[in-house]
Design a protein around this ligand. Structure first.
Ligand SMILES: NC(=O)c1ccc[n+]([C@@H]2O[C@H](COP(=O)([O-])OP(=O)(O)OC[C@H]3O[C@@H](n4cnc5c(N)ncnc54)[C@H](O)[C@@H]3O)[C@@H](O)[C@H]2O)c1
Length: 390
């Protein structure tokens, strides 16, 4: 696929507008569609704002900015997608609505057009099941904001043709993104492995071990994370973060390891979404100040270790279950959620036996399946092996 190829974007919300900007910046003509004409107007204005800011900062010339904008055209019906070579769907997260859209898109495009879904939590194969030619459908999962986040998960389903995967991946690589391959399973790579960063932190709070500020401090101080879990949940939005957690749990047939937290559910129900609503775990109103953490080194290290071993357990299990390669798992967590280090490398540094011992101790204390160690960690500890040799 060359930059002359036309890219279609269905849905012009937070993700669709970012994806349209990325494709147009890479030189493609872009056709963007939304069921709501006001959403289309909003998308064009937010894309123009981002381009203007890049011009003002000297990252783009005025002329280059104008060219990017001129490549993006809004369309008012699915029928106008007909010239597209690749269409990326980023509409509402609802399987029936997505399937209906894919069916109507397939009826108007060329047989060679690749169809992708940006779904975060639905199965790619279920979206593909709406199409006659399921081989042309795959998942292309961008992170928010799509124009800034480098990682893109490429998700073939059981029915995706190999050719579709290689062409789509080459295209997204050519846009300057870092692509990883993920199995069509709940949360793909990042949204699966990252769950304990939030869930275990909330559990520690619920048990009264530490408050939000102390847990955030511990993860930054001893783990080098840029943001603590509560700061990050408030940044992402507790509505979005809660929904992802709930969906991943449901899709894993209610595996207790992914069970959501009542604390976050209550925040969600109360509309305390975080920064965007003025209050979440913290209060962001102008007259409020941030609480001070309890800077106790022993406590901080214990909190950090507990969250870290839970994250490593997820990463190890994802590797064991062949969700992705070790290298793609490391890349995903560093480029998709800015972790300071790959989790498998972290396990090697800490010692797989020590990770396993910490998980075994949690499982013995709580007697909960939530803490069950991955079989891979058990095998590796008995073999005294590492994830990487250097
Ligand atoms: N927001 C995120 O952080 C994020 C990250 C990665 C992936 N995703 C996924 O991307 C998709 C879009 O998410 P978003 O956050 O951009 O949502 P959004 O609510 O910001 O935008 C969705 C847009 O789709 C439009 N729409 C709804 N039904 C439509 C239809 N039948 N045809 C055309 N347009 C329709 C809506 O009018 C809206 O403008 C979802 O599948 C979501 O799971 C979201």
């Amino acid at each position: 696929m060359s930059s002359k190829q036309t890219i279609g974007v269905a849905g012009s919300g937070a993700m669709g507008s970012g994806i349209a900007l990325v494709a147009a910046t890479a030189g493609h003509p872009v056709l963007i569609f939304d069921a709501n004409p006001q959403a289309l107007e909003k998308a064009i204005s937010s894309i123009s704002d981002i381009v203007s800011k890049s011009v003002a900062k000297g990252k783009l010339t005025e002329d280059a900015g104008q060219q990017i904008l001129s490549r993006i055209k809004t369309i008012n019906s699915v029928g106008e997608f007909s010239p597209c070579n690749l269409i990326i769907e980023a509409i509402v997260e609802n399987i029936e609505i997505k399937k209906s859209l894919f069916k109507s898109i397939e009826a108007v495009v060329d047989t060679s057009c690749i169809l992708a879904t940006n779904t975060s939590s639905l199965s790619v194969v279920s979206v593909a099941s709406a199409c006659q030619n399921r081989g042309r459908v795959l998942g292309i999962h961008f992170f928010n904001p799509a124009n800034l986040m480098p990682l893109v998960e490429i998700i073939p389903s059981f029915t995706t043709d190999e050719n579709t995967v290689s062409q789509a991946r080459a295209m997204i690589d050519s846009w300057g993104k870092i692509t990883v391959l993920a199995k069509d399973t709940p949360g793909f790579i990042v949204n699966r492995i990252a769950r304990p960063f939030y869930g275990e932190a909330i559990r520690i709070y619920e048990e009264g071990i530490a408050d939000f500020a102390t847990i955030d401090w511990a993860m930054k101080e001893f783990g080098g994370f840029k943001m603590g879990p509560f700061e990050l949940m408030d940044f992402i939005g507790n509505d979005i973060n809660y929904k992802v957690t709930e969906t991943v749990w449901e899709q894993f047939f209610y595996d207790p390891r992914y069970r959501p937290s009542l604390t976050q559910k209550r925040l969600f129900e109360a509309g305390l979404f975080g920064r965007k609503s003025g209050r979440g775990y913290y209060n962001y109103e102008s007259n409020s100040s941030m609480p001070e953490p309890v800077k106790n080194e022993y406590l901080g290290k214990a909190i950090f270790t507990r969250v870290l071993v839970m994250l490593i357990n997820e990463a190890a299990d994802a590797l064991y279950l062949k969700i992705a390669t070790a290298s793609d798992i490391e890349t995903s967590m560093m480029k998709g959620v800015n972790y300071p280090k790959g989790l498998l490398k972290w396990a090697d540094e800490m010692g797989v036996d020590k990770v396993l011992a910490a998980l075994n101790s949690l499982q013995a204390d709580y007697q909960e399946d939530r803490y069950r160690p991955s079989l891979l960690l058990k095998k590796m500890a008995s073999e005294k092996s590492k994830f990487f040799n250097n």
